[in-house]
Design a protein around this ligand. Structure first.
Ligand code: DAH
Length: 340
């Protein structure tokens, strides 16, 4: 048995691992439950009593030498790994974080708000889930007006009084509720209409509404404000024209066109040969609307206008399909990185 112990001791002392895994294998082989040391202890049980003391000491010595050797080898191996030369090339340039870009609708919205804020307008907002009063009744829509119809409006559950706003004109009403004239607000927001989705229509889109009420506000003020706006957004050379139109909440009402910035007014496929592009509706606030909202139409007058942000962005950036704004394909969105 002494020979066996000495032989094992020699193997422990001579053990030279090349990798960390070899140390663990060796430990299991020698000190593991079914390892060689335990086999020796098993054999030790049947050793003659007079030899027990000497052999016992030898086995204990073997065990502590083996444990110590394994621990030392482990530490050496760890130290060697820590001291190994860097495999990373520290001089390589870092990879930059990709920055996102602003959505074109936000860009155009911010530009429009900025232009009107220079004219003294402040931003007003309102809820997307509205009631009939703020979207229709207070804006002089007669009860049988088709815009109230199921085909245009999303109603919330079965209650015809609660609906998703179909235009930002509802914010006019909310503003008049809280503010006395002079009022000068610009109201961006999301609107909802029950429309089939195509390249030129969507059931969700964005509008900006403007409202100006004070003593002596005239149609000339409206026209000059919109001309200023058109030049700021589409360029100094831009002209506007106004065509008579109808909206329940304005009288008189007009549709506003800008000169086509692609062909300079000569006529091209985008403006369908007319040289003009329609951008918004506007008019003088109907006295009925002022009255419904507690403002004296004998004393005050005002104008209002409303436009689709998608439409302005399409004309400004030459986007041909409205659906691109909602799909959020980064190849589309990244084109506007520099549009800030
Ligand atoms: N609310 C109208 C629409 O959604 C747009 C509009 C037209 C707003 C004329 C106005 C306005 O304030 O005066 O089509």
């Amino acid at each position: 048995m002494t020979d066996k112990i000495n032989e094992l001791l020699r193997r422990v002392e001579e053990f030279k691992p090349k990798a960390a895994a070899e140390i663990e294998d060796f430990r299991i082989k020698i000190l593991g439950k079914k390892g060689e040391l335990n086999a020796l202890l098993e054999e030790f049980k049947s050793v003659a009593p007079e030899l027990k003391r000497e052999l016992g000491q030898k086995i204990n010595h073997l065990k502590s030498v083996a444990t110590e050797r394994i621990n030392t080898l482990r530490e050496q191996m760890q130290q060697a790994a820590a001291d190994a030369p860097e495999t990373e090339d520290m001089s390589r340039p870092g990879s930059a974080e990709e920055l996102g870009s602003r959505h074109p609708i936000s860009l155009v919205k911010n530009q429009i708000v900025e232009v009107f804020s220079r004219l003294g307008y402040t931003v007003a907002e309102g809820p997307e889930i509205e009631d009939d009063w703020h979207v229709f009744s207070a804006l002089n829509f007669p009860p049988e007006h088709p815009a109230r119809d199921m085909q245009d409006t999303f109603f919330v559950e079965k209650n015809p009084d609660i609906l998703l706003r179909t235009h930002t004109s509802s914010i006019q009403v909310r503003t008049m509720e809280h503010q006395k004239p002079p009022i000068r607000v610009i109201c961006p927001g999301r609107v909802f209409r029950n429309e089939a989705i195509s390249y030129r229509a969507h059931c969700i889109f964005h509008q900006i509404e403007g409202l100006y009420i004070d003593e002596g506000v005239s149609f000339a003020d409206l026209k000059q404000s919109l001309l200023y706006f058109a030049k700021e957004i589409f360029g100094e050379q831009t002209a506007i024209r106004m065509r008579p139109s109808y909206f329940p909440f304005t009288e008189p009402s007009a549709e506003v066109d800008v000169s086509c910035n692609l062909c300079g007014g000569k006529g091209c496929p985008v403006c369908k040969g007319t040289g003009w592009l329609e951008i918004m509706g506007c008019g003088m606030v109907d006295p009925n609307v002022l009255k419904a909202n507690g403002i004296d139409p004998e004393k005050y007058s005002g104008f209002a206008f409303g436009m689709g942000i998608e439409r302005i962005a399409m004309l400004k950036y030459g986007v041909k399909d409205l659906r691109l704004y909602f799909e959020n394909d980064v190849r589309f969105l990244h084109q506007f990185d520099t549009a800030l």
